[in-house]
Design a protein around this ligand. Structure first.
Ligand code: NAP
Length: 253
């Protein structure tokens, strides 16, 4: 068990990538705080699955684009489990559209959750990590933080910002034995992009398949969990500011 005795807070863990990371970390012995925004039923399902397998978890509602919610979330996890050892900044939102159609609200929704939220989550958990003598922070960025994509400039900006925030915080927190690193997913099969895989999208899926060196247009979210686990474990103690791409080779093209 690679995370035995650790408390892991995973944002956006009711569905998709966050859910799979929560289940994997619990299987490695971590106590898991399953954050969600509104889908309590799905979050409770993750907690039940972990409990049924003999693990420990609890669900926490919080809007991770809002600082007051973030501070309350970190406090609730600390009150229940004694402080966060591993933070996975996973919650995110993707609103693709041309710049002319993008409103201030669309910009704010993406930047507030994808970039501002992770910053304030780190701020909220760092005092406890310092007090414990270290910690692990894993930011879920994107290939859209490494490459540009048309019709997704606000999302790309938020994820590119998170990629460099990872490096800046890594420099600042490394002396405290807190490792800040990132996992950059490629196209992952989750609710986030269900519309891009649905009926009428055959030509788009074909294009993605041909553009992806591995030939897999949408990766199983379970395939992200190994990279996240590595960056949450003792094996990454000499890594700071790194990004692990799990993208079937998209960014290598
Ligand atoms: P998803 O399937 O859409 O799930 C989103 C999760 O985030 C849900 O648990 C949702 O909770 C939660 N959430 C949404 N808004 C929130 C908020 N304001 N505060 C707290 N939680 C919130 O997403 P995903 O595809 O797993 O994506 C996870 C991360 O990977 C995101 O950062 C995304 O940008 C990144 N990523 C995804 C892909 C992809 O292809 N899917 C590619 C690259 C990067 P509720 O269930 O309560 O709504």
């Amino acid at each position: 068990m690679r995370l035995k005795g650790k408390v892991a807070l995973i944002t956006g863990a009711s569905r998709g990538i966050g859910r799979e990371i929560a289940l994997r970390f619990a299987g490695e012995g971590a106590t898991v705080a399953v954050n969600y925004r509104s889908n309590k039923a799905e979050a409770d399902k993750v907690v039940s699955e972990i409990a049924a397998a003999g693990g420990r978890a609890a669900a926490y509602p919080a809007d991770c684009s809002k600082v007051a919610d973030i501070e309350a979330l970190a406090k609730a996890v600390a009150d229940d489990f004694g402080g966060t050892d591993i933070l996975v900044n996973n919650a995110g939102v993707f609103v693709p559209m041309p710049i002319e159609d993008t409103t201030e609200a669309d910009w704010d929704a993406q930047v507030d959750l994808n970039l501002k939220g992770p910053f304030f989550l780190v701020k909220a958990v760092v005092p406890a990590m310092k007090a414990k003598g270290g910690g692990r922070i894993v930011n879920i960025t994107s290939i859209a933080g490494e490459n540009g994509f048309p019709n997704a400039s606000a999302y790309c900006g938020s994820k590119g910002g998170l990629a460099n925030l990872t490096r800046a915080l890594a420099c600042e927190l490394a002396p405290h034995r807190i490792n800040v690193n990132a996992v950059a997913p490629g196209n992952i099969k989750t609710d986030m992009n269900a519309a891009l895989r649905g009926p009428g999208q055959e030509a788009y899926v074909q294009m993605i398949t041909e553009r992806t060196p591995g030939g897999v247009p949408f990766i199983d979210p379970k395939d992200l969990t190994g990279a996240a686990l590595f960056l949450a474990s003792d094996d990454c103690r000499a890594m700071h500011g790194a990004t692990l791409l799990v993208d079937e080779g998209w960014a290598a093209w």
